[in-house]
Design a protein around this ligand. Structure first.
Ligand code: PXL
Length: 283
């Protein structure tokens, strides 16, 4: 058996609503990865379409937590960041990358901040440029198309997309520095939806698609990112790990549609985990 991998997830914990840490930890654990948490904030729910949420900021705990881990000589095979609530948190995470980067590990950044052409309401308009700086320090980034266009200051276009439009975004994101770029929410027609990948070393671009399910489902970016990282840490190359993550996300959405759950409550990834483990060849 291979040595067990360890990943630290740096996200908020939204108690209800299946996103960020309540998604990342169980998926990584199910995939055999030791999951470590650095919570950035505690919310009652996520902020997407649910009013009145509580928000306890944990910024002041982040550096002491990192210092404690350093004193214990803890190393990570991956550092996975998602929703970060402020410029100060972006700066703390940049220092965390400097402190915990190793020759072989993965700095995996999901620049969570926008969707459907809109920056989330809680972020100031300059936030994407701060997030762009974080992406420059990453080995893998996984923006959606809105996040990509905001960071690159490109025009946001509604799909269906052309391959030229997607490839242009991928190459510009690659130019920021990450060896591996995955762009989510890609579709060329109304029948399929998925992700496009770019491997900087080889220049290879691939499109990994599945059947499109109409509608918007909250938290799918975190389900996708956690499954993709699980694939990479289980030794799958970028293209294969992305295909696995696309299938897992679509499968989780399908179960949610069947149950007619409120779309703000996240997707049923829990009962899709057995399918993920099969694709990861863990069962
Ligand atoms: O799923 C992304 C996410 C994570 N955390 C919080 C959010 C969102 C998206 O809205 O509000 C608090």
């Amino acid at each position: 058996m291979n040595k067990q991998k360890r990943a630290v997830a740096i996200h908020d914990i939204s108690g209800f609503g299946r996103c960020s840490l309540t998604v990342a930890l169980p998926i990584l654990s199910a995939a055999g990865v030791e999951a470590v948490a650095l919570p950035t904030a505690v919310l009652s729910t996520h902020t997407g379409g649910i009013e009145g949420f509580t928000y306890r900021d944990l910024t002041e705990d982040m550096i002491p937590v990192a210092e404690h881990w350093k004193s214990l000589n803890i190393a990570f095979d991956a550092v996975y960041t998602g929703f970060l609530g402020s410029f100060e948190q972006l700066d703390i995470v940049k220092t965390f990358f400097d402190d915990f980067k190793t020759a072989g590990n993965l700095i995996f950044v999901d620049p969570v901040m926008a969707d459907n052409g809109q920056l989330y309401k809680i972020f100031p308009p300059e936030f994407p440029l701060g997030m762009k700086e974080l992406c420059k320090k990453a080995d893998v980034i996984i923006p959606n198309i809105t996040e990509a266009t905001l960071m690159l200051q490109e025009e946001y276009v509604e799909g269906p997309y052309t391959k030229e439009y997607i490839d242009n975004l991928l190459l510009k994101l690659s130019d920021l520095g990450p060896a591996q770029v995955v762009l989510t929410g890609v579709f060329f027609d109304d029948k399929s939806l998925g992700a496009a990948t770019c491997n900087k070393a080889t220049g290879e671009i691939d499109y990994l698609m599945d059947k499109k399910i109409p509608g918007y489902y909250h938290g799918t970016g975190d389900v996708f990112g956690s499954a993709l990282l699980s694939g990479l840490l289980n030794g799958f190359p970028l293209k294969e790990a992305t295909a696995i993550a696309v299938h897992f996300t679509t499968g989780s959405i399908r179960k949610t549609v069947e149950a007619q759950t409120d779309i703000r409550f996240g997707v049923n990834f829990e009962q899709t985990i057995p399918e993920l483990l099969k694709e990861l060849k863990l069962v």
